[in-house]
Design a protein around this ligand. Sequence first.
Ligand SMILES: Nc1ncnc2c1ncn2[C@@H]1O[C@H](COP(=O)(O)OP(=O)(O)OP(=O)(O)O)[C@@H](O)[C@H]1O
Ligand SMILES: [Mg+2]
Length: 341
Amino acid sequence: MNQIVVEELTKTFKVAIKEPGLKGAIKHLIQQKYQEKTAVNGINLTIQEGETVAYVGPNGAGKSTTIKMLTGILVPTSGKVLVDGIVPNKNRMDNAKKIGVVFGQRTQLWWDLPILESFNLLKDIYEIPNNVYKTNMERFVELLGLNDFMHLPARKISLGQRMRADLAAALLHNPSIVYLDEPTIGLDVAVKERIRRFIKEMNREQGTTIMLTTHDLEDIEEICKRLVIIDHGKVIYDGELQAVKDMFARERTMHVQLDHAIPGLSSLLSQLEGVVLENEKGKEFSVRFDRFRISASEIIGIMMNHGSITDFHMDEPKIDRIIRKVYDGELTIRNEAYKGA
Ligand SMILES: Nc1ncnc2c1ncn2[C@@H]1O[C@H](COP(=O)(O)OP(=O)(O)OP(=O)(O)O)[C@@H](O)[C@H]1O
Ligand SMILES: [Mg+2]
C-alpha cells in the first residue's frame, strides 16, 4: 500500500532583494522588492510501508524543504502530499501521531529539561500507554546507550548524546514513519554506527518506514534500499540502490595475494588499459580497474602467467563516487521505473 503520496509538490519562497549598503537598506524599507525562489519544483514520489528511502542531493537541492512539507511544518505552494490518506499540514495532530522526525541540525528536546523529563512530556503529549512507554524506554536506553546522560538537560550533553536522545524521542510513540534529516551530521564513527544500527533495527523489527536525508553516503549504504536523488528541486533519479551500483560502478577494486612477489608488477600492470596498481606490499597488492574496459578474469589471467594466486577478493562498489558524479553532472541516470521529468 502507498503510505506516502507526493504529486507535483512545489514550494516557492519569497526572498527579499536588497541592494548592498545603507542606501540599499533604506531603499528596501521604502520600496520592498521580492524575488521568488523555487526550492521544490514538481516532485512526484510514492513510498510504501516499510521502505527505506535515501533522499539525497547537493546543498540547497530542496531536501529539508520537502521533509518539512511531508511533516506538515510547511505548507506546499502547489501540489499534493498525502500520508496515510492525511494532508499533513491540515491535520497536524493526526499526522504527528504516526510520524517521528529528527532534524540533525536542531534538537526537538526541551533545552533546559533533563532528557528523562523531555521523554515524560512526550509520553503525555502523544498519550503513549504506560506499557509501550516502558518497553520502548528500556529498549532505547539499551540500544542507544542513554543511561549516562538521562538526568542532564539537553543543553549540557554532547552532540552525539543529543542525537541519540533525539532519535529515541522521535520513536517513543511507535510511529510508522520516521523522517531523518541528517541524523549523523558531525558525529564520530562509533556513534554513527550505533545510530545506523538502531535505525535498521527499527525498520526490520517494526517495519518502520524510513526516509533519510544525509550527506554521509555510508548511511545510505547501510540503511537504504531505495535511492532518490534530487537537484534544483527536481527528482533526477529514483530507483533501487543496487541497480545504480550495477549500472554505474565502473571502477572495481580487486585485492590479490600471490605465492611470491612479482618483480616489475607496476610496469606490467601499467601496460593494461584502465588498470591502476594500488597498495603493493610484497606478495599482496590491490588493483583498481574499469570493468567496462577490462574484466577481473583478464587481469587474473595475466597475473597467473607470472605466479600463483593464493587469495583474492573484490570490493563491493561504493555508492559515493557514483552519486558525486551525478551531482557534478557527469552522469545522467534514468530509471525505467521512474516516470518523472
Ligand atoms: N524559509 C526559507 N526562505 C527562503 N528560502 C529558503 C527557505 N528555506 C529554504 N530556502 C531555500 O530553498 C532552497 C532549498 O533549501 P533546503 O534547505 O531544502 O535544501 P537542502 O537540500 O536541505 O540543503 P542542505 O543539504 O544544505 O541541507 C535553498 O536555496 C534555500 O536557500
Ligand atoms: Mg537540509
